[in-house]
Design a protein around this ligand. Structure first.
Ligand SMILES: *Cc1c(COP(=O)(O)O)cnc(C)c1O
Length: 223
């Protein structure tokens, strides 16, 4: 499997989505979600020109983090258990799944201990599916106010997961909803620069709606 070709094809599709909406392709970071593959494949993806890697399980990610010494920016994209914060904190540059105050407090505590800062996106449940994690949109502003009191946490934007859909147009309202929520809050919360949204099946729609980070697993790295 040729990672360079796959990456080029994805970038090309992102460029076209940007052209359609007057955006610049440099605004969109491709995060290769390597949860489906092991150390060797992850190395090959880095060698093919990817810099940003996403993992959603701490246990699966740790051996890779240990083995891979190439420069890479790691993103934690899955549900983060409070007792796993210790393991995640030193390795991951971004946490996309900050979704509750108890997690924020643990991140603050562990970051303080290690004299670190932690860069986070707040996960929002736009679709309202009960099985999805993320804050209800109406609670976001109050949550951001609480987080401001935690000086080790740097919020840089919002993340959402769209429902599985056969037709990506069905989930456009979810991506649009996240962007509109961000746009409404931006005057008071200028730190909300990033929107992490879009996966293999729907990333072009997400880019059209303003994604700055797309999390691509199967389309790039499925064996
Ligand atoms: C697995 C995963 C992805 C990537 O999904 P694909 O459909 O394989 O691209 C993106 N985001 C999260 C949170 C994931 O767990």
């Amino acid at each position: 499997m040729d990672y360079r070709e796959k990456i080029a094809a994805v970038r090309e599709r992102i460029e076209r989505a940007c052209e359609r909406t007057g955006r610049r392709p440099e605004e969109v970071t491709v995060i290769a979600v390597t949860k489906y593959v092991g150390v060797e494949e992850t190395r090959a993806i880095l060698a093919a020109g990817i810099r940003d890697l996403g993992e959603n399980r701490v246990q699966q990610a740790l051996p890779k983090l240990d083995a891979i010494r190439q420069p890479a920016t790691w993103h934690f994209i899955g549900y983060l258990q409070t007792n796993k914060v210790k393991d995640v904190l030193p390795h991951f540059a971004w946490i996309h799944s900050l979704d509750r105050l108890s997690l924020a407090k643990e991140l603050q505590k562990q970051a303080e201990k290690r004299d670190l800062h932690v860069t986070c996106l707040v996960q929002v449940n736009i679709s309202g599916e009960p099985t999805k994690s993320g804050l209800p949109p109406l609670e976001l502003a109050a949550f951001l106010d609480e987080i401001k009191l935690l000086n080790r946490i740097r919020v840089r934007g919002l993340m959402t997961m769209a429902p599985i859909a056969d037709d990506p147009e069905q989930v456009r309202p979810v991506f649009r909803g996240l962007r509109e929520l961000r746009d409404r809050l931006l005057p008071a919360y200028p730190e909300l620069q990033h929107l992490s949204m879009g996966m293999s099946g729907d990333f072009e729609v997400a880019v059209e709606e303003g994604a700055t980070m797309v999390r691509l697993g199967s389309i790039l790295v499925k064996p």
